[in-house]
Design a protein around this ligand. Sequence first.
Ligand code: SF4
Length: 151
Amino acid sequence: MDQNKILVSACLLGERVRYDGKIVLHDNGVLKKLQKEGRVISICPEVEGGLSVPRDPAEIVGDKVITTNKKDVTKEFYKGALVALELVKKYGIKVAILKSNSPSCSCKFVYDGTFSKKLIKGKGVCAKLLQENGVKVFDERDDLGVALAYL
Ligand code: SF4
């Protein structure tokens, strides 16, 4: 029988998808092991939404997502979140490990919309949509043992 799959932010797996084109420095041994076992579905919602690498950083401002150059990328962020939701439905995914502090992926904190590096409580567009659809969302700083227990 197939083992349950888990949705993971692509940048946490070492993929060069971040806005700045850099690799996330994070001990991803557990995630890589799951990936080798074929249990990981990787996604970068912002890239899936049609944004490039590199791209201007963006923050959530009210009900929109705006870049440092004042471009409204709300549509792209929601498009990427919907792709993630489609994957969740396709694979029957119950758990996601998504990158902290991202306007797409964070499940706890986001920057406050002033581009002054100030974090506030809040959720990224993708993490929020997945949670609203019953997915348990964790970030890379959480105890992955706890997260994997929900699989
Ligand atoms: Fe990583 Fe998510 Fe940002 Fe893509 S959108 S770079 S997966 S944090």
